[in-house]
Write a protein that binds this ligand. Structure first.
Ligand code: JFZ
Length: 334
């Protein structure tokens, strides 16, 4: 296992990319501006499933350039990239055969984004990884009989029972994860999220974990593959307890080192998905300080970019990546 984790432990610094149909929306609807993360636009701005479908239908990021994205990550000193293959909204950035709600079928773009990114990563020698949301606001079986109230089942309320969820797990989630692990070469990490949903169970998590390791034995899986693994509580430092391969504290850094593998994920401002209204950018100095702090405590730093609907990184993010690249070059590997 140590051998399997080694590249990841050595990496220290990676790029998170939150990109989807929400990157068109930018967290705005008429006079309303969503609070917090704009990747939740569908829910926060009260779109129905049908209304929201217009965004995947117009998703056409003509400025997307996988090689340029990967180069920006590399130049910043990052060693891996984790992209949202599918966030809570349900729209898939790869050519999925189990749905039409994907980049090849519903969008005019018709380029497999995951494929282009995976190939660019391979070419430039950086690890390709993907995020996958267990929560799915678009899939009928993920909401079951609560449809179209797609977000009710998303709260971990034991009184909300969704008898169809196991079908979604078996006939949709697993086949999709298999596609991503079969058609895109080596996958460094599968990064799950949305484990809090009522009908997801630890048993499902264990099944998924084994399923992944069967397909790609070297792939690493984050702790949110288990049920209810969020924040610092979710660190996998209790012996014998199932919690994937590493913990994922979010927007926080532990006070001291921890006796397990962990990765702090953070935004540069206050949103994961693209949101022009959020100008609350952390300074480059602050981000460099955070990188040093995290690495000195034995963790990895997964720093987020929220590209816009055209496929551009925000200029503010590019400037910060450049500054971090100058620093990592001057101070050796992170
Ligand atoms: C989740 C997502 O809902 C969010 O959109 C983003 O993708 C983020 C990386 O993950 O949000 C969370 C998950 C866990 C916690 C907080 C927000 N937590 O542990 O407190």
């Amino acid at each position: 296992d140590d051998e399997r984790m080694q590249w990841w432990r050595d990496s220290k610094f990676g790029m998170f990319i939150h990109w989807g149909a929400y990157s068109i929306v930018g967290g705005e609807r008429g006079s309303k501006i969503a609070g917090g993360g704009a990747e939740w636009a569908m829910d926060k701005l009260d779109y129905t499933v049908e209304e929201y479908e217009k965004f995947p239908k117009m998703f056409n990021p003509v400025m997307f350039d996988a090689d340029a994205w990967v180069k920006m990550a590399k130049d910043a000193g990052m060693k891996y990239i984790v992209i949202t293959s599918k966030h809570h909204e349900g729209f898939c950035l790869w050519d999925s055969k189990v749905t039409d709600y994907d980049i090849m079928d519903i969008s005019p773009f018709k380029r497999d984004i995951i494929k282009e990114l995976a190939e660019a990563c391979k070419k430039q020698g950086i690890k390709f990884c993907f995020y996958y949301s267990i929560v799915d606001w678009h899939h009928q079986q993920a909401q079951g009989n609560l449809y179209p109230n797609y977000n009710i089942a998303q709260h971990d309320d034991p009184s909300v029972v969704n008898p169809k969820f196991p079908k979604y797990f078996k006939n949709y989630m697993k086949p999709q994860v298999k596609e991503l692990l079969t058609n895109y070469g080596d996958v460094g990490v599968v990064w799950f999220d949305g484990d809090w949903i009522s009908d997801y169970t630890t048993e499902m998590g264990k099944e998924l974990y084994d399923f992944i390791r069967d397909i790609q034995p070297n792939t690493i899986v984050n702790n949110r593959v288990d049920k209810g693994r969020t924040g610092m509580d979710g660190m996998n430092n209790k012996p014998g307890e199932f919690a994937g391969d590493f913990g994922t504290p979010e927007q926080e850094i532990p006070d001291t080192g921890i006796d397990s593998d962990w990765e702090a994920c953070m935004t540069m401002n206050g949103t994961w998905g693209y949101k022009p209204d959020d100008t609350n950018w952390k300074s480059s100095e602050d981000l460099i300080h955070k990188l040093v702090d995290i690495v000195s405590k034995g963790g990895n730093f997964l720093l987020n970019i929220g590209p816009d609907g055209f496929g551009r990184f925000p200029a503010q993010s590019i400037r910060r990546l450049n500054a971090m690249g100058q620093w990592t070059k001057a101070n050796g590997e992170a």
